[in-house]
Design a protein around this ligand. Structure first.
Ligand SMILES: [Zn+2]
Length: 468
C-alpha cells in the first residue's frame, strides 16, 4: 500500500521526466531494455540468438520453465539469425491466444559516425540513446517485461499470451518471423498479434499530436516491362523503336492512376483527417468517402502524396535499361516498375491493370520473382475488440490525443502474419518526433518519459486483451 501511494505521488508531481526517480518496476524494465540494446543484433557483427538467450534467461528467472520457452536458430548459413517464442498459458482453454511480436535485429550502426557508442545504452537529457532503442527493441523490451510481470502476478490471464522475438526484419538474408509462419505456425498461432508500425506523432518539442493505430500494410511487388525490336544502324532510324515504345507506354502509365479503394482502416483514417483538414479538403474527403468514383473529390484528396498512395495501388517506374551501343537502334528496352499494392489485391490483377494502362500489347509485363512472393490477404479488420479497446485505454493514458487508424505504405513482418491469417496490428503509444528520432539513421533516441508511458499503456492494453 505504501508503495502504491508513493507511486501515485511521483506520478502527480510535475518534475521533468529525466529527474524523476523510476518506480522499482521501471528500474527492472530499464535494466532489461539496457541489456537488449547493448546486445549487438546488426546483420554484419551481431547475433539475434544471443539477445534471445538473454531474454530467455530473464523469463526463466521470472518463473518460466524450459517447456514454456523455445529458442530456435536461424538458417544453416546464418545460424545467428534465430529467436525465441515464449508462452504464458491462459486459464480458459477455449479463449484464443494473443501474440506479441518484435524483431530483435537492428540496422547497421557505425561507431565512427555516431556521437555515442551505438551499442551502449546511454541516458542523456531525457532520452535513451542506442541502436534499436526505438526500432524495435522498445517493443522487444516492453513485451518481454510484460510477460515477466504477467507471470509474477501469479494468476494466469484468461487468454494464452505468446511472445515471439525474431530476426531479419531489417533486410537480413533470413527472416525468422517468416520461418515461424512457414514451419511452426502452431508455436505462434493466435487470434491477433501486436507489432510495430503504429506509434504516433509529436512536434519538434516532443509535444504529442496524434496516436497511430496501424491496421494493414501495402504489399511490395516489382514488374519488368520490356520492348524488343530487330534494331539496326542508327544512321537509318525506322518508325518502330524499342526505347520510344517503352517510353510512350510509361508516360501513359504515369497519367492513369489506379482506382480508389477504401478499407475499414483507410475510411476511418480519412474520416479523422476530414476533422482537421481545411474546409475545402474536408469537403472533398467527405465526398470521396460517400462516392469513391467522384473524380473531382479524388483529384483534390490525391494532391497529398501520402494520401494519394493511401487511396490506391501505386505503380511507378524506378529503373531503366535500354540499348546496346551508342550507334545502334535499340534491340531491347526494359523498365522496372515498382508497385505498392493495396492489401487484398492480387499480383495478377495489378499486372492486368498495368497492361491496360500501357495500351500497347508489344510491351511485355512480367511480375518479378522474389523470395517472398506476396499473398493477396485482406487487411486486418478494425474490430471493436482490438481497435476499440486500444482507443478506450488511449483516452485514459493519453487524454485529448486523437488516435488515428493507419495503413502503412511500407512494410513490417506483419505482412507474413497477415498473409497467414493472423491479424497483425501496429501498436500506438509512442510519439515520434519530426526528425524521425534517428531510426535507421544516426544517434537513434527515444524519450525516457515517453517509453515509460508507452510501457504502461501497452501493459494495460495487453491485460485488457488477455481478459476478453
Ligand atoms: Zn522495425
Amino acid at each position: 500500500m505504501r508503495h502504491l501511494i508513493a507511486g501515485l505521488l511521483a506520478a502527480s508531481l510535475a518534475i521533468p521526466a529525466a529527474a524523476q526517480a523510476l518506480r522499482p518496476d521501471q528500474q527492472a524494465f530499464r535494466a532489461l531494455y539496457k541489456e537488449l540494446v547493448e546486445t549487438n543484433t546488426s546483420v554484419s557483427t551481431g547475433s539475434c540468438n544471443l539477445a534471445a538467450e538473454r531474454m530467455a534467461a530473464r523469463l526463466k528467472a521470472a518463473g518460466y520453465t524450459d517447456a514454456d520457452i523455445r529458442l530456435f536458430p536461424g538458417s544453416i548459413e546464418r545460424p545467428q539469425d534465430g529467436g525465441l517464442v515464449a508462452v504464458l498459458k491462459g486459464s480458459d482453454p477455449k479463449a484464443r491466444a494473443i501474440l506479441l511480436l518484435s524483431h530483435l535485429d537492428v540496422v547497421e550502426a557505425k561507431r565512427a559516425d555516431w556521437e555515442r557508442d551505438p551499442f551502449t545504452f546511454i541516458e542523456e537529457g531525457g532520452f535513451f540513446y542506442g541502436r534499436g532503442v526505438s526500432d524495435d527493441k522498445a517493443h522487444g523490451a516492453i513485451f518481454t517485461d510484460a510477460m515477466i510481470r504477467l507471470k509474477q502476478a501469479g494468476k494466469p490471464p484468461k487468454r494464452t499470451i505468446k511472445l515471439a522475438l525474431t530476426c531479419g526484419e531489417e533486410g537480413g538474408p533470413f527472416n525468422s518471423a517468416k520461418w515461424l509462419v512457414d514451419n511452426h505456425r502452431d508455436w505462434i498461432e493466435a487470434e491477433f498479434a501486436l507489432n510495430e508500425g503504429g506509434s504516433g506523432k509529436a512536434d519538434a518539442t516532443g509535444k504529442p499530436i496524434s496516436l497511430a493505430f496501424q491496421a494493414g500494410e501495402k504489399v511490395y511487388q516489382d514488374f519488368t516491362l520490356e520492348t524488343r525490336n530487330p534494331g539496326g544502324h542508327s544512321s537509318r532510324p525506322r518508325p518502330d523503336n524499342a526505347i520510344y515504345e517503352l517510353a510512350a507506354g510509361l508516360v501513359r502509365l504515369s497519367r492513369n492512376d489506379f482506382p480508389v479503394i477504401l478499407s475499414d482502416t483507410t475510411r476511418a483514417y480519412f474520416a479523422e483527417m476530414a476533422k482537421i483538414a481545411d474546409a475545402g479538403t474536408a469537403q472533398a474527403i467527405t465526398a470521396l468517402l460517400a462516392n469513391p468514383a467522384d473524380a473531382h473529390a479524388e483529384s483534390i484528396v490525391s494532391r497529398d502524396p501520402g494520401w494519394h498512395s493511401t487511396l490506391r495501388t501505386t505503380c511507378v517506374a524506378t529503373m531503366l535499361d535500354a540499348g546496346h551501343a551508342r550507334n545502334a537502334l535499340p534491340q531491347r528496352a526494359q523498365a522496372n516498375v515498382n508497385c505498392r499494392m493495396f492489401p487484398g489485391e492480387s499480383v495478377e490483377k495489378v499486372r492486368g491493370q498495368i497492361v491496360e494502362r500501357l495500351g500497347d500489347p508489344s510491351i511485355s509485363v512480367t511480375a518479378r520473382a522474389s523470395e517472398n512472393p506476396p499473398t493477396a490477404a485482406p487487411p486486418p479488420p478494425l474490430s471493436p475488440l482490438v481497435y476499440g479497446t486500444a482507443v478506450t485505454l488511449a483516452a485514459k493514458h493519453f487524454p485529448g490525443i486523437p488516435i488515428i487508424p493507419t495503413m502503412s505504405t511500407g512494410a513490417t513482418d506483419g505482412r507474413y502474419l497477415n498473409a497467414a491469417g493472423i491479424a497483425t496490428y501496429g501498436m500506438p503509444g509512442r510519439f515520434g518526433m519530426p526528425d524521425g528520432n534517428g531510426v535507421h539513421g544516426l544517434n537513434e533516441r527515444i524519450s525516457v518519459a515517453g517509453v515509460m508511458k508507452e510501457r504502461d499503456y501497452l501493459f494495460d492494453l495487453i491485460n485488457a486483451y488477455a481478459s476478453k
